[in-house]
Design a protein around this ligand. Structure first.
Ligand code: AMP
Length: 281
């Protein structure tokens, strides 16, 4: 396994692979790997002859008030996991290798970036779409793998790739959860034991909404109120950011929870902001 820091060095390797006829899979991450990241690596391994993973805490997707400076890191551990998982190249650039001074070119997908997380994190998805575009130009992958846990991000990357005629196939992978249902996230490390004990209620609430829909409830206002009450009861330490029922592709808020419908939620819990989603119809 090679660990490379410079864009040109990565591109040279992947261009050679492409010329040799190998399929190149790519898994972009911000590091501090858990089973969610490893599931993407395994999906890439299964699909592609060569696998590149990137570890880059992208500054342009963090607002000044957010956790850029304290985002968890353990590069040595990540590299050991990458080696074990059969990654061929890990790309670990520093910010200067990714952004020249005065960087001013941005990729935006406004129609999918305004609601849900975009509403409380202005500029976040512009940073994500821009860095993913740059990483695609550096790695030149055939297929790129993203987690459904970040559903809005996945929808934005799919739209961006399509609209920019980018020759990369986007592969979405299921959310990996702890045994108690909490979606794995690098940010779960911010939780205190008391917060961690309540956190599984986030997923339990989504399952509760799915069960209500299965039992015939379709009214979105009733579902939202029930979800809010569930969280107030089981996750009192949290402050809800949003709970929405949307169309899974357009992300448009639904009036009725008829198929296809996705429940998406974000809340603040101590130092963490947790997100999750579930198809409820
Ligand atoms: P991050 O390092 O948090 O930026 O995540 C890198 C990639 O891993 C993104 O495509 C995420 O959607 C994906 N990911 C993060 N957590 C999970 C999870 N629990 N299950 C599946 N994919 C995940």
């Amino acid at each position: 396994m090679q660990c490379l820091n410079l864009p040109d060095d990565v591109r040279q390797v992947t261009l050679t692979w492409r010329c040799q006829g190998y399929t190149v899979g790519f898994v972009p991450t911000m590091g501090y790997w858990h089973e969610g990241h490893l599931s993407l690596i395994r999906a890439a391994r299964a699909r592609c002859a060569k696998v590149v993973a990137s570890i880059f805490i992208n500054p342009t997707q963090f607002a000044p008030t957010e956790d850029l400076a304290r985002y968890p890191q353990d590069l040595e551990r990540d590299l050991a996991l990458a080696q074990e998982a059969g990654v061929d190249v890990v790309f670990c650039p520093d910010a200067a290798a990714m952004y020249e001074p005065g960087h001013g070119t941005w990729v935006e997908v406004p129609e999918l970036s305004q609601g849900l997380c975009g509403a409380s994190r202005p500029g976040h998805f512009r940073g994500v779409a821009t860095v993913v575009t740059k990483l695609f130009w550096i790695v030149l992958p055939h297929v790129a793998f993203f987690g459904e846990k970040d559903w809005q991000q996945l929808a934005i990357i799919r739209a961006m790739t399509r609209q920019l005629s980018c020759p990369v196939e986007i592969c979405g992978c299921p959310t990996v959860r702890e045994s108690d249902g909490l979606a794995m996230s690098s940010r779960n490390v911010y939780l205190t034991p008391q917060e961690r004990a309540q956190a599984p209620a986030l997923y339990a609430m989504l399952c509760h909404l799915r069960d209500l829909v299965a039992a015939g409830e379709r009214r979105v206002d009733v579902l939202r109120t029930s979800g809010q009450q569930f969280l107030a009861q089981h996750l009192p330490l949290a402050r809800l950011d949003y709970l929405e029922i949307v169309h899974p592709e357009t992300l448009a808020p639904q009036r009725e929870a008829t198929s296809p419908a996705l429940a998406a939620v974000a809340l603040f819990l101590g130092k963490a902001r947790l997100i999750d989603n579930l198809r409820i119809a």
